[in-house]
Design a protein around this ligand. Structure first.
Ligand code: ATP
Ligand code: MG
Length: 417
C-alpha cells in the first residue's frame, strides 16, 4: 500500500475522553506502516511527554524559542521501551516541560510558523494530539473537508455533544472562508452580495434562531432564493462531501455505546448540522485497567510487554462497512465532487435512517471484534484507517497539509468547481 502522507488530528471538544491515549497508541500502531510523528499540541499540559518514559533533548520550546527545526525536535523511543526495535519509525514532538504562556496559547503568528513546519515535516503520518475545547488552536489544525479523528466515549455523554460541535465549527469555518468578502467565489455569483449568504449563515450558526436551524435548512433556503445557482452547488457540495471519522473510547458494548454516545452524537449532528454528512465509525477501544496502568508507568499501553495481538479480522468487514455507508443514504453512492447532486427535498435522508446506519455499523463491527482486547482494537482501528486512506478520497480523512485561512479560499474555490 503506498500512502504518501497524511496529517491526522485527534480531537474531542471536551477533555478527558482519551485523546492523548488514543493519539499515542494509534501513532505507534501507524508507525508499523510508515514513518509517523506524533505532535503534542496540548501545549499547556505536557501530556504526551508524561506518557512516555524517554529522555527528551528538544521540544516545542526549542522550536519556538531557540530556532530549532521541527524535524530536530522529534524524539525517538528509548531502547528500553522498544527493545526489539519494532517502533523505530515512530517519533514524537513533545510540548514544553513547564507551562510557557505564549507556547501554551499560540499567537496567530506562532501558529502559522508551526503549521508551516508541520507541512514541511518528512513523515507518512503526522498525528496531532489536540487540546480540549474549540478555540483557534484546535480549529486551525483541523482539516476542512473532514473531521480528522474525533474521539468520544459513552462514559462522558457531554463530550459527545462537544464532538458534534467540532463538526459544526469546521463546516462553518469552511463556508465562512468560502464566502468571505473578497473571496474568488463572488466573481461568479452574478450580483449576489456577500451579505446575503453570510446573513443566512449567521442565522444557521445562531442556535437560538430556529428559523434556519441547520445547514440542510440553509441549503433549502438558498435553493428557493437562487434556484440552480453556482453558489447553491458549492454549498451543497461542501456539506455532502464532508466526512466525519470517529472512534469510541472506553467501549462497553453495542447497546450502551449506541445509546450513550453514537445516538446523541448523530442526533446532535442531524439537528444542528446536517443529515448529509458521511459518518464513518472507525472502531473503538475497550475500557482497560492496563491502559490506566500504562499511563502511571509512563509506558504506552501498546509497548507493555504482552503477547502479540491476534491479527484483527478486518478485511471483509471494510468492504461491508463501506457499502453500508454508501447504500443507506440516497445519493451517497453516486456522490462525488463532480456530481454535486441536484437538490430534491424528498430524497433528503431522514435522521432515523442516518441513525440506523450507525447502529448497523456498530453491530457488524461487533461481530468482528467482540472479545477483542485493546491491542486488537488498535490493530483494527489502524487497519480500518489505512483502508479508508487507500480507498476513499484524500479529503475524506485528515489532509496532506494544513491550510492557513489565507491559502484556503483559492484552494476551496478550485476544488469546488
Ligand atoms: N480505554 C481506556 N481504558 C481505561 N482508561 C482509559 C482509557 N482511555 C483513557 N483512559 C484513561 O483516562 C484518562 C484520560 O485519558 P487521556 O489523558 O488520554 O484523555 P484526554 O482526552 O487526552 O484528556 P485531556 O483533555 O486532559 O488532554 C487517563 O487516565 C487514561 O489513562
Ligand atoms: Mg490529552
Amino acid at each position: 500500500m503506498s500512502i504518501a502522507r497524511r496529517i491526522i488530528p485527534i480531537s474531542s471538544g471536551k477533555g478527558g475522553v482519551g485523546k492523548t491515549t488514543l493519539a499515542l497508541n494509534y501513532a505507534l500502531s501507524l508507525s508499523r506502516h510508515g514513518r509517523t510523528v506524533l505532535i503534542d499540541l496540548d501545549t499547556g499540559t505536557s501530556s504526551v511527554r508524561n506518557c512516555i518514559d524517554t529522555p527528551i533533548e528538544r521540544d516545542l520550546y526549542h522550536f519556538f524559542r531557540k530556532g530549532a527545526r521541527l524535524a530536530d525536535c522529534v524524539t525517538s523511543l528509548d531502547a528500553k521501551l522498544d527493545p526489539a526495535g519494532h517502533y523505530r519509525s515512530f517519533g514524537f514532538v513533545a510540548s514544553p516541560k513547564h507551562l510557557i504562556e505564549d507556547i501554551a496559547n499560540f499567537t496567530p503568528a506562532r501558529r502559522g510558523e508551526l503549521i508551516d513546519a508541520i507541512n514541511e515535516l518528512a513523515a507518512n503520518f503526522i498525528v496531532l494530539d489536540l487540546k480540549a475545547g474549540l478555540d483557534a488552536n484546535v480549529i486551525e489544525f483541523l482539516p476542512y473537508s473532514n473531521s480528522g479523528l474525533l474521539v468520544f466515549t459513552p462514559h462522558l455523554p457531554a463530550a459527545t455533544m462537544a464532538a458534534a460541535d467540532i463538526v459544526k465549527a469546521i463546516l462553518f469555518r469552511k463556508l465562512r472562508t468560502l464566502f468571505a468578502a473578497g473571496s474568488p467565489v463572488y466573481a461568479e455569483l452574478a450580483g449576489l452580495k456577500p451579505d446575503f449568504v453570510n446573513g443566512l449563515l449567521d442565522r444557521v450558526e445562531d442556535v437560538y434562531d430556529s428559523n434556519v436551524h441547520n445547514l440542510d435548512a440553509f441549503v433549502t433556503d438558498l435553493q428557493h432564493a437562487l434556484g440552480d445557482h453556482p453558489v447553491f452547488k458549492l454549498v451543497s457540495s461542501a456539506i455532502e462531501t464532508f466526512v466525519v471519522n470517529y472512534v469510541l473510547n472506553r467501549f462497553d458494548g453495542v447497546r450502551t455505546s449506541y445509546d450513550s454516545a453514537v445516538k446523541p452524537f448523530v442526533e446532535s449532528l442531524a439537528e444542528n448540522v446536517s443529515t448529509h454528512l458521511t459518518l464513518l465509525n472507525l472502531g473503538w477501544v475497550v475500557e482497560s485497567s492496563k491502559i490506566n496502568d500504562a499511563a502511571v508507568k509512563r509506558v504506552p499501553a501498546l509497548l507493555a510487554p504482552e503477547p502479540r495481538p491476534r491479527v484483527a479480522r478486518v478485511d471483509a468487514a471494510h468492504a461491508q462497512l463501506e457499502r453500508l455507508a454508501a447504500e443507506h443514504l440516497p445519493g451517497k453512492a453516486a456522490r462525488g465532487a463532480e456530481k454535486a447532486r441536484a437538490p430534491a427535498a424528498a430524497a433528503r435522508p431522514r435522521a432515523s435512517q442516518y441513525l440506523d446506519v450507525q447502529l448497523d455499523t456498530l453491530r457488524r463491527m461487533y461481530d468482528d471484534m467482540k472479545g477483542a482486547n485493546y491491542r486488537e482494537n488498535f490493530a483494527y482501528l489502524t487497519a480500518r484507517s489505512l483502508h479508508v486512506m487507500a480507498s476513499r478520497r484524500t479529503s475524506d480523512f485528515g489532509d496532506t497539509r494544513l491550510f492557513k485561512t489565507s491559502e484556503l479560499q483559492q484552494a476551496l474555490h478550485d476544488r469546488g468547481r
